[in-house]
Design a binder for this molecule. Structure first.
Ligand code: NAD
Length: 245
């Protein structure tokens, strides 16, 4: 039996990258996984790859879309055991370049989207449920052009501490994962320089390479499972040593 046999999971942004890798592993361990994302065709491809999964298209920054997702979960009738609030975007801009629209878009998806995803799950979360929020090394690194993104991820980390405290009485654990650079479509924002940037960023890490999304997923599964039963409100870095050494 897999360690998530009979469990229900939600992975936001589950159609690619870290979310897809995590959804695949949760399903392989027996969970039924609801995946969300904005692109219906990408989601359908993801469901085919994941297997035991349901796609619900929607935007995490739109309250009605998040309601629709949880209505589908509620209809299944088993509550919710694992919630991976993973959907997120980046946009590279220095302080003097950042537009109000781009600032708001990053905070709408990364911060408000995380808030809506967790708040609207509250009635469904079962006793012993595990919630994992997605921050980033960028919350602390001060990398040029990562200002709005880093600020949004610092907000997610702060939410994680408070929500972990607020939900402890319900037997729900909340933890944060902070990936370092991982080989996902997020690198598309570098355009045709994406591969060059992966190599350069990887070479600068203690690990001498960027992560495979499966390496981040492995850490998410740890936080989702009873293997992490004494871990509350933590921020788990999976960053090839980037912010550690
Ligand atoms: P990705 O682009 O492959 O995945 C992001 C997912 O979020 C996609 O499925 C996308 O469709 C979805 N998404 C984006 N906006 C959405 C919205 N408004 N509503 C619903 N879904 C939406 O990139 P990834 O690297 O797998 O990113 C996953 C998470 O990991 C993000 O929160 C990202 O900030 C974080 N992260 C990534 C890295 C990295 O180097 N790849 C490093 C640190 C943190």
């Amino acid at each position: 039996m897999g360690q998530f046999e009979g469990k229900t999971a939600v992975v936001t942004g589950g159609s690619s990258g870290i979310g897809l890798a995590t959804a695949e592993r949760l399903a392989a361990e027996g969970a039924h996984v609801f995946v969300t994302g904005r692109r219906e065709t990408e989601l359908q491809k993801a469901v085919a790859a994941i297997g035991n999964a349901t796609a619900v298209a929607g935007d995490v920054s739109v309250a009605a879309d998040v309601d629709r997702l949880y209505e589908r979960v509620r209809e299944r009738g088993n509550g919710l055991d694992v919630l991976f609030a993973n959907a997120g975007i980046n946009h590279l801009a220095r302080l003097d370049e950042l537009t109000e629209e781009d600032h708001d878009r990053i905070f709408d998806i990364n911060v408000k989207g995380t808030f809506l995803t967790v708040q609207k799950a509250l009635p469904l979360l079962n006793d012993g449920a595990s919630v994992i929020l997605t921050a980033s090394t960028s919350a602390e690194s001060g990398t040029e052009r990562f200002g709005a993104y880093g600020a949004s991820k610092a907000a997610v980390r702060a939410y994680g501490r408070t929500w972990a405290n607020e939900l402890v009485g319900r037997g729900i654990r909340i933890n944060v994962i902070s990936p370092g650079p991982a080989d996902t479509p997020l690198f598309d924002l570098f355009g045709e320089r994406a591969e060059e940037m992966k190599a350069a960023i990887g070479a600068a890490l203690p690990a001498k390479r960027i992560a495979d999304p499966g390496e981040i997923a492995a850490a998410v599964l740890f936080l989702a499972s009873q293997e992490s039963s004494f871990v509350y409100g933590a921020n788990l870095y999976v960053d090839g040593g980037m912010n550690q050494i």
